[in-house]
Design a protein around this ligand. Structure first.
Ligand SMILES: NC(=O)c1ccc[n+]([C@@H]2O[C@H](COP(=O)([O-])OP(=O)(O)OC[C@H]3O[C@@H](n4cnc5c(N)ncnc54)[C@H](OP(=O)(O)O)[C@@H]3O)[C@@H](O)[C@H]2O)c1
Length: 352
């Protein structure tokens, strides 16, 4: 059986994904930098574990007998480069659940090296990338001459501590969009519009989510904006970020905010996850103004993240994925998401 190692297995997402991987019979090796946390988790799940820090020069040795690493240790700006480097050296496939644009861009730049090493690099195999990438590809199938994609999602449940920490890490950069094929950094909440994600019209603002990269690489549509539901207080806070961003660059301020985030909560409970749902919306436009809209509804964001990451990982382990940098719909087609987490199908509106 192909060997899977889950790095960051004892974080919030890592735990959910490791449990699900064990339930699916993938027999994961648990891994991370905290031996004590790993030991405890390993006993609970009856799985072996490996404790190693990514600053350790021998990371590649830890992976020498591993077929695929699933990286759940975020912020990925601190972990992806090191693991990708080690994977290229050891000939191990790499999958992660990042939504960080700079990380996806850096991983993609290593595509040729990965091809030479015969390994797959599959960053952004979680939320929102898998549903949004499939929705983007579906829209472009409907409207092949599209030159603009606007994408967005809505979930009412607050994020995990790790997601908040990652957001704080990324806040300094403000926002980002894809403009005529180029990644362009713009202020946070740069544009706002009203969007019907599937539950009625809601206010939304642009956010620097990974789909700005992933959907562009899959579809080749040169203009991509990604929106997220933002009620008025959130919009104000995001816009105020333009003025407080310099403060976030000050290390003690960042540390204090992260500590507050850590104290805030343990992450969404099982009950909250069972009741959660996520609405995805996408709009394609051509230069002559033809417009197509499609929507997708899935369950709780963290359930979807795990289900997507494991659906990708299973295919990688089965040797179904080509070497080099890969994207969800680019590799498996738009329908891929429909086999995951009871997604009911694409809901299409507009022409054609
Ligand atoms: N795209 C998606 O689908 C999606 C969905 C949800 C979350 N996320 C992202 O996933 C990440 C994890 O979220 P979470 O809620 O699981 O966070 P979490 O509970 O804080 O867990 C983070 C994990 O990463 C490890 N880690 C962090 N920095 C590390 C480093 N430099 N070296 C080694 N290990 C490191 C932590 O280990 P220590 O405890 O030892 O620090 C911990 O195991 C976040 O970046 C979040 O934004 C992505």
């Amino acid at each position: 059986m192909a060997e899977l190692l889950i790095y960051g297995s004892y974080g919030y997402n890592g735990r959910l994904i490791s449990e699900e991987a064990a339930d699916r019979g993938l027999e994961p090796i648990l891994a991370g930098r905290d031996g004590e946390a790993l030991g405890e988790q390993a006993r609970e799940l009856d799985r072996p574990y490996r404790a190693f820090d990514l600053s350790d020069p021998a990371v590649a040795e830890e992976l020498s007998d591993v077929d695929c690493v699933l990286n759940c240790a975020g912020p990925f700006s601190n972990t992806a480069d090191e693991l990708v480097e080690a994977c290229i050296e050891s000939g191990t496939d790499y999958v992660d659940i990042t939504g960080e644009i700079p990380v996806i861009e850096r991983v993609k730049r290593r595509s040729e090296e990965a091809e030479e090493a015969g390994i797959t690099l599959f960053p952004a195999a979680g939320l929102s990338s898998v549903p949004m990438d499939c929705l983007s590809a579906h829209l472009v199938e409907r409207l092949p001459d599209a030159t603009r994609l606007a994408l967005g999602s809505e979930t009412l449940r607050p994020p995990s501590v790790g997601s908040i920490t990652t957001l704080l890490e990324g806040l300094e950069d403000g926002g980002a969009i894809r403009n005529e094929g180029r990644l362009e950094y713009v202020p946070a909440a740069w544009k706002s519009r009203w969007i019907d994600f599937g539950r009625g019209v809601r206010p939304a603002v642009t956010m620097p989510l990974g789909d700005v990269s992933t959907s562009y690489y899959t579809t080749g549509v040169p203009n991509v904006e990604v929106y997220t539901f933002a009620p008025p207080p959130a919009r104000l806070a995001l816009r105020a970020h333009r003025y407080v961003a310099p403060l976030l660059a000050v290390e003690p301020v960042r540390k204090t905010l992260k500590r507050i985030a850590q104290l805030a909560r343990e992450g969404p409970s099982k009950r909250a996850r069972e009741r959660g749902s996520t609405y995805f919306w996408g709009e394609a436009r051509t230069e002559d103004g033809t417009r197509a809209v499609s929507r997708l509804r899935m369950s709780d964001p963290y359930v979807v993240t795990g289900a997507c990451a494991l659906a990708v990982t299973e295919r990688v382990l089965d040797g179904e994925v080509s070497p080099g940098y890969r994207t969800p719909a680019g590799e498996f087609g738009p329908e891929f998401v429909l086999g995951i987490d009871e997604a009911e199908g694409f809901f299409d509106e507009g022409t054609p």
